[in-house]
Write a protein of this length. Structure first.
Length: 464
């Protein structure tokens, strides 16, 4: 009989908590894939886990402090854990990358700290973590080899497939160096995967039941992966190739930069019906002065022109954006320019944040940092406008019939959740057998944050 101590592949449990962007969600899935062959199955809570990974986000201040408070809660769990092997606690992601030494100092009982570019080395790290005592193993290199060449080819179902919708990471890192942003430091230089690997992963995801794939990258439309013909492909060309995969009905991409919207990408919006008419295209501010200080490399007028080109190509395109209020030196006038841009463009959805000074970024060193109260006030005013636009956009759907991808069970039995082409959540009563299909749905009620609808009778009868 093999005992737990001598069998390295005994059933063990892994709990991963994920903060931040979809890229982190994707990374967490891949970490689970890498650890599965070592015997780790997913746990529902940290209490029952043999290994806990906190996959962290460093984009704004609060996220970092939340990591430390989570670590504080994990410590007694780890200490209480009895058995032949101690619990492994790991911090991954961008806080790990940026503050590896700080974590090692403040939480020396943590076993491993590793950044977003080294998690393919998890098996070696786990082996070493068991031997390491008194200090975490800190692995925040930017290795020369790409993790994508070392991740398991046969990904398990955990690899981003959540119901009918999956994430696929195609590009990582950023060379733009916006002055407020930590990403170029935590995720490293811009890197694109090669096209063949992406297409193979997309086919696998569709094989697992994905009907929709969201291509991920910190700067996804800067994608320039090696194509099978040896030339570099842009995102537009990649999207055309993906659209040829049978069973892949919806394609999205996020997050994009206005500067990298090229003609090929605009043409893809015009020609590829699978490319959904919803685009997250962050502008951050409507003031040219602030855009320059942010090093965004475009002005407000350039953004308006890009949106015009995209809307000419795909008239039903809806837009989403990120905004930062209270960037150092932002005046009332600058902020008014932002409100004006929002009013002119009209956003279906948006995220807005108070500027948060991140250590090591150029903007953190600027002198004219704004008081919290000013930031609060501006955030409120901006959000009010954006919420009104979102509510109006949703209201416009009332009474219409829209194709909805039924991607997961709803809150109550007999209910399903779905997504419209414009990313709106749609709640409806429908049989579970319709999960993973796209159905024509009449929108019966439009609320500010979601829609309610009914599957059109023909489709419902066919399925019955
Ligand atoms: N402060 C506030 N918001 C930030 N973002 C990035 N860095 C900061 C910061 N230092 C926002 C930007 C970005 C989004 C992912 O997070 O709007 O687009
Ligand atoms: Fe950060 Fe700017 Fe790069 Fe986006 S484009 S990841 S905001 S540096």
């Amino acid at each position: 009989m093999t005992t737990a101590a001598t069998n390295p592949h005994r059933a063990k449990k892994l709990f991963i908590k994920t903060w931040g962007c979809q890229m982190n969600v994707y990374d967490s899935g891949r970490m689970a894939d890498i650890l599965a062959p070592l015997g780790y199955a997913m746990a529902d809570s940290p209490e029952e886990a043999d290994m806990v990974i906190l996959n962290t986000c460093h984009i704004r201040e609060k996220a970092t402090e939340k990591v430390f408070s989570d670590l504080g809660r994990l410590r007694p769990l780890k200490e209480a854990k009895t058995g032949d092997e101690p619990m492994i606690v790991a911090v991954a992601g961008c806080v790990a990358q940026a503050e590896g030494e700080e974590i090692a100092h403040r939480a020396p009982w943590v076993d491993m700290v590793f950044g977003p570019q080294t998690y393919h080395q998890l098996p070696e790290m786990v082996a070493r973590a068991h031997r390491q005592a008194g200090r975490p193993l800190v692995n925040t290199d930017f290795p020369v080899e790409s993790k994508f060449d070392h991740l398991p080819a046969e990904a398990s179902e955990s690899n981003g497939v959540q119901g009918a919708s999956a994430f696929l990471s195609v590009q990582e890192g950023c060379d733009k160096f916006c002055t407020f942003c930590v990403v170029p430091y935590t995720r490293g230089a811009e890197y694109s995967r090669d096209v063949a690997g992406i297409l193979a992963e997309a086919r696998r995801l569709v094989g697992f039941g994905a009907r929709e794939i969201t291509l991920l990258g910190q700067n996804v439309n800067a994608f320039h992966g090696d194509g099978p013909d040896g030339s570099a492909w842009g995102l537009g060309r990649l999207i055309r190739a993906l659209a040829e995969i049978d069973g892949l009905d919806r394609i999205r991409y996020t997050t994009s930069h206005p500067r990298d919207v090229d003609d090929e990408l605009v043409a893809a919006h015009r020609d590829v019906p699978q490319l959904m008419p919803f685009l997250h295209l962050p502008v951050q501010s409507g003031s040219d002065r602030i855009l320059t200080a942010m090093n965004r490399k475009h002005d407000a007028e350039a953004y308006r022109r890009i949106v015009d080109r995209l809307r000419a190509a795909r008239p039903d395109l809806a837009l989403s954006s990120d905004f930062i209020v209270g960037f150092p030196g932002e005046t009332d006038r600058d902020f008014a320019d932002t409100l004006r841009l929002v009013t002119e463009i009209g956003f279906a959805q948006a995220y807005s944040f108070k500027y948060s000074a991140r250590p090591g970024t150029p903007a953190a060193a600027l002198e004219d940092q704004l008081p919290e109260a000013v930031k609060d006030e501006r955030l409120q005013a901006l959000q009010q406008l954006l919420w009104a636009q979102q509510a109006a956009f949703n209201q416009d759907m009332a009474g219409k019939v829209v194709p909805v991808l039924l991607d997961r069970p709803g809150r109550r039995p007999g209910q399903l959740h779905g997504r419209s082409p414009w990313m709106q959540s749609v709640h409806l009563d429908a049989p579970a057998r319709l999960l993973g299909t796209i159905q024509p749905v009449r929108i019966t009620e439009a609320k500010p944050l979601s829609l309610t609808g009914t599957v059109m009778p023909a489709a419902a009868e066919e399925a019955a």
